[in-house]
Design a protein around this ligand. Structure first.
Ligand SMILES: [Zn+2]
Length: 91
């Protein structure tokens, strides 16, 4: 079964850092707004919250992009999280 993770779009590897006030790379019609959030991930009924998760949000296309640093941080945290959940006894 596939994991049920990450609704937020993640920046492709090697992507540039997104900045507050930068033009949206998707629609080009608006400036990006930088936000620091607590991002919640779900896996097999368990939740993991990654604090200080930096996203840039576009008000026009309603898309959110994740900063590279946050992708890195969250991927490490998620790996640990998956391992922990998979290691839990069933029931
Ligand atoms: Zn946009």
């Amino acid at each position: 079964m596939h994991s049920e993770v990450a609704k937020t779009k993640q920046a492709p590897p090697g992507a540039v850092m997104y900045k507050d006030g930068q033009e949206c790379p998707i629609c080009g019609a608006a400036k990006l707004e930088r936000k620091v959030v607590d991002e919640k991930f779900q896996y097999k009924g368990h939740a993991l919250v990654v604090p200080d998760y930096v996203i840039v949000h576009c008000a026009v296309c309603e898309d959110s992009l994740v900063e590279r640093e946050s992708v890195k941080t969250s991927q490490i945290a998620l790996k640990e999280f998956f391992k922990r959940v998979d290691g839990l006894p069933l029931g």
